[in-house]
Write a protein that binds this ligand. Structure first.
Ligand code: SLL
Length: 153
């Protein structure tokens, strides 16, 4: 579809992870060396639904995980796992075909342990660690179809 010249349209999103230490009453299915449960996610800001223009999100985990490439085709775009270590996760976003946009990739360092300026706050927040980033999808000269998708109410 035709592209709209001299137009740029942005959509904000956040990506990152939360993590909690596993408790004594953990499920017997969880390997004994695992210390945390965590969720890595990509989502809209203020509850915005990204699925009108995001077709799928592929989270590439450390190769110690079975099926380390996790493809999520509908919201919530997230993966929950348990584990023992921190590592870098790539988050690749694919857009709907009408957008004719290349996929984009972000890298997130999975955070399990509180440290740095927020550590004390996080320890008092029931041990939940959160690490997230704000970003924006920037569409330059979007297709007419993408423009319609992004502007319809
Ligand atoms: C480290 N470079 O050495 C990192 C690697 C890998 C984390 C961390 C277990 C996965 C599983 C897991 O947490 N891997 O058992 O399925 O710290």
């Amino acid at each position: 579809s035709k592209r709209l010249k001299n137009l740029q349209i942005c959509r904000p999103f956040v990506y990152g992870n939360m993590a909690v230490p596993l408790k004594e009453d953990r499920s017997p299915d969880i390997p004994p060396d695992h210390t945390h449960s965590w969720t890595v996610f990509l989502k809209g800001v203020n509850g915005d639904d990204l699925s009108s223009f995001v077709k799928r999100v592929v989270f590439k985990l450390h190769e110690t995980y079975p099926n380390s490439s996790r493809s999520i085709e509908e919201p919530p775009f997230e993966v929950t796992e348990t584990g023992w270590g921190e590592f870098e996760i790539s988050i690749r976003v694919y857009f709907v075909a009408e957008a004719s946009e290349k996929n984009v990739v972000m890298y997130h360092h999975l955070k399990l342990h509180p440290y740095g300026p927020e550590a004390e706050q996080q320890k008092s927040d029931g041990a939940t660690v959160t690490s997230m980033q704000y970003d924006e999808f920037v569409f330059n000269e979007p297709t007419e179809s993408l423009f319609e998708i992004l502007t319809k109410k």
